[in-house]
Design a protein around this ligand. Structure first.
Ligand SMILES: Cc1cc2nc3c(=O)[nH]c(=O)nc-3n(C[C@H](O)[C@H](O)[C@H](O)COP(=O)(O)OP(=O)(O)OC[C@H]3O[C@@H](n4cnc5c(N)ncnc54)[C@H](O)[C@@H]3O)c2cc1C
Length: 363
């Protein structure tokens, strides 16, 4: 069977491209998705207790890109949402990222913004050369804050000591010399009013889009032909892993439901030093859903499993470059999204990339 346009993967990258081809070009497009649902990692659903959960971890939309915000706003209304994160340190819950509030609560002080700057400057360890992720943190906030907030969290998240890896894991430490404890400062922030899945369903409502779920591209690769292929699956799998399997960090998502209205003080609480999980999300505090019950999510990072975070080290990037060289030879095949481009993408950035690909190559 021949198709003019085939898109592999029904995540935000694939759906954005498919929507543009179907709506603006008025062309038919086949979307092939190996999971049983659309949306990729932004998929959300109601669990057996009727609570809307994010099946692949908490997703908070935030962007400064007006065009991306307006594009997605065609498919959803938004609940205003300003994300807040607390971190458990020494038994206390302290705001993250590091703000004036964080420092004052941690050290039981009442510093002004200017005094906070002096205080942090004294803690920072002067360094001639920044070689590792540990160096990044020490040079900015010093040993104690590094240990309390970053060292163990990074070990849990990536399975490596920050002292053993280059600056790609901790590349910067955002410091705010004010009381703004919002997690993100972007102009547009929100949660899709009826959830991400509903938003994605609206994106593909056009009858020009045909979605084939539960189908790995590899199963039908030799059965179909196309004029243009947009591939958002893993780069290594497209080439039969001929240069080896690319390394990812995975997460075991463990959901628990409790018979109480509220479980914790904030939508997300980080646990850098205690327990094996990195953080707990309470979904009702993201979605504003009302219920006598509440569902939380504990995230246990692990080496094996679904690929979530590309390993941001020089070795892994060099291995990916071998696949990139192959991709550059392709005609009418475009590689897009977090798996094909082997990079961490926020939702707004992946939609931006998809719109750019459409405008520059497919339009
Ligand atoms: C735990 C976690 C939390 C996050 N939180 C946020 C957040 O708060 N804010 C934010 O902006 N971003 C967040 N993100 C990032 C966000 O999930 C991504 O930006 C977005 O999902 C990327 O979309 P994508 O289409 O590139 O990839 P995906 O969503 O992964 O979609 C790719 C799709 O391709 C399918 N596929 C793969 N291989 C094949 C194949 N061979 N055949 C057919 N189908 C295939 C997959 O099943 C998948 O559905 C988070 C990510 C994670 C992991």
């Amino acid at each position: 069977m021949h198709y003019r346009y085939v898109v592999v993967g029904a995540g935000l990258a694939g759906l954005t491209v498919a929507e543009r081809i179907a709506s603006e070009k008025n062309e038919k497009v086949l979307v092939v998705e190996k999971r049983s649902h659309i949306g990729g990692n932004v998929y959300d659903s109601y669990n057996e207790d009727g609570i809307l959960i994010h099946n692949y971890g908490p997703h908070i939309f935030h962007t400064n890109d007006k065009e991306v915000y307006e594009y997605l706003s065609k498919f959803t209304k938004w609940n205003d949402f300003w994300h807040r994160v607390l971190t458990q340190v020494d038994g206390n819950l302290i705001p993250m990222p590091i703000t004036l509030e964080t420092i004052n609560q941690l050290y039981n002080l009442s510093l002004t913004p200017e005094e906070m700057k002096e205080f942090i400057d004294k803690l920072a360890v002067p360094m001639d050369e920044i070689k590792t992720s540990r160096d990044v943190a020490l040079s900015k906030v010093g040993e104690e804050i590094y240990q309390k907030f970053f060292e163990n969290y990074t070990k849990k998240q990536w399975g490596v000591d920050p002292a053993e890896i280059d600056t790609s894991v901790i590349s910067r430490i955002p410091l705010r010399y004010n009381r703004d404890t919002r997690y993100f400062t972007d102009k547009y922030q929100g949660m899709p009013r009826h959830g991400y899945t509903k938003m994605c369903e609206a994106m593909i409502a056009n009858p020009n889009i045909k979605i084939l779920l539960n189908t790995d591209f590899e199963e039908i690769r030799n059965e179909i032909t196309w004029d243009t292929l947009v591939y958002t699956g893993p780069a290594d799998e497209y080439y039969g892993c001929k240069h080896g399997k690319l390394k990812y960090r995975s997460i075991d998502f463990v959901f628990e439901t409790y018979d109480c209205e509220s479980y914790q003080e904030a939508p997300v609480v980080n646990y850098p030093n205690d327990f094996d999980f990195t953080r707990i999300t309470e979904f009702k505090k993201l979605t504003w859903q009302e219920s006598k019950k509440t569902t939380i999510l504990k995230e246990y990072p692990q080496a094996e499993g679904e690929p979530y975070y590309p390993f941001p080290t020089a070795d892994c990037k060099a291995q990916y470059a071998l696949y990139q060289a192959e991709m550059a030879q392709e005609k009418n095949v475009y590689f897009l999204g977090r798996l094909a481009e082997y990079r961490y993408y926020n939702m707004d950035a992946v939609v931006r990339s998809a719109l750019n690909l459409y405008n520059e190559k497919l339009k």
